[in-house]
Design a protein around this ligand. Structure first.
Ligand SMILES: [Zn+2]
Length: 379
């Protein structure tokens, strides 16, 4: 091994070793690396036991998307193994140091991140190679309801709200994102010229619930435990998560709001129904403050809320809404989403909006053509 004994910190020596290994990466034997595996899986393990069984079930089913992606990539398994092997191979050389680190999960995590970053750098120079392993052990709740929650890691195929990975390029980033460009019923839209009708009121059946806050790299998202539902037109949808955009993605008669909260619901068939609550600047909002109070210090990490949260508090007093059929506003821009936009906004204080702005000054997809879609405007 071309590992020169020098004054480099041990960690960097390990990294250099890994890098050199990857450089000459061929078929590496697969020794057991069991002592490292638990450390690598630690973040996940620490979340799981605290999840309620039902919540786990929900997250499990919601992750279907990510899993099927992994299945669709035949090389996924082999790549993951390669990575594991790489780590394992590196181990004997730096054994004493790693043992010390293993007692400090943070250092281990840092080292892991550095190795993964190096691996992905090398891979990116060798052509497209989705980092499946990362996805598989990524933040569970992040992908909970698909939409903004789609927690694609910061790797190839990643999307954002800016520059060459921004909305104008989503369709080109991955074949799965094609609808973002070719879809005819996309969201958000400028909601106007709706037909004035009497709409079936949305029956909100929300209750005090345990929750987890995650910054998934695209927004601040709140994963809510199962048990909250809405019924509209005889159809029942369960609340999975809510998250925020700044400014509001949807416009109401041309007007864009400071922010919007999207409450994502799913029915048993997996169909999405989103209740959008527009946000103006004004009085402080107690529920949003509760969410901000529980913001995790790091991205992609779920922070359990200290106290239960009442999603009812997010709703405006008047429940009139405008409704139309659209899509998820983030890749893969899946259509067939029932949108219900509350006509009365709620308010956040300037400071509360400022807190979100520091994390996400702009995370709204531009409005899409309405086309010949019918908009119903509840009176
Ligand atoms: Zn959204």
């Amino acid at each position: 091994m071309p590992l020169t004994p020098c004054a480099l910190p041990e960690r960097f020596r390990a990294l250099a070793l890994v890098a050199s290994l990857i450089g000459g990466l061929a078929v590496v034997p697969a020794p057991a690396w069991s002592s490292e595996a638990p450390a690598a899986a630690a973040p996940e393990a620490s979340i799981k036991p605290r999840l309620k069984p039902e919540l786990r079930g929900e997250a499990q089913s919601a992750r279907g998307e990510v899993k099927s992606e992994a299945r669709a990539e035949p090389k996924a398994e082999a790549k993951a193994d390669t990575k594991a092997d790489t780590k394992a191979e590196a181990k004997p050389e730096v054994k004493p140091e790693l043992k010390v680190d293993a007692k400090e999960p943070v250092s281990m995590a840092e080292l892991r991140d550095m190795i993964e970053q190096k691996v992905s750098e090398v891979r990116s120079t060798r052509g497209p190679a989705p980092v499946v392993r990362l996805k598989a052990k990524g933040p569970r709740g992040a992908s909970a309801a698909g939409s903004s929650g789609a927690a694609t890691p910061t790797r190839k195929g990643n999307w954002s709200h800016h520059g060459d990975t921004g909305p104008a390029h989503w369709a080109q980033l991955k074949p799965e994102f094609a609808l973002c460009g070719s879809g005819q019923r996309q969201s958000p839209i400028d909601i106007r010229d709706g037909i004035p009708v009497e709409l079936d009121p949305i029956q909100f059946d929300y209750k005090l619930s345990a929750f987890r806050v995650i910054d998934n790299g695209h927004t601040v998202q709140v994963n809510v435990e199962p048990g909250n539902r809405i019924v509209v037109n005889g159809r029942r949808f369960d609340l999975v998560q809510f998250h925020f955009h700044r400014p509001s993605e949807e416009k109401l008669n041309g007007r864009q709001f400071e922010m919007v909260a999207h409450l994502e619901h799913r029915d048993l068939e997996g169909k999405l129904a989103v209740v959008a609550v527009l946000i103006d600047e004004g009085k402080a909002h107690p529920l949003v403050q509760q969410v901000w109070n529980n913001l995790p210090l790091e991205k992609h990490t779920e922070q359990p809320g200290l106290n239960a949260l009442d999603p009812n508090l997010l709703l405006p007093e008047r429940r009139q809404y405008v409704t139309y059929m659209g899509s998820m506003t983030t890749p893969p821009c899946t259509e067939g989403v029932l949108w219900m936009v509350m006509k009365e906004p709620v308010t956040l204080s300037r400071q509360q909006i400022g807190i979100f702005s520091r994390l996400y000054p702009m995370n709204a997809r531009p409005v899409q053509p309405t086309g010949d879609r019918l908009i119903k405007d509840g009176q």
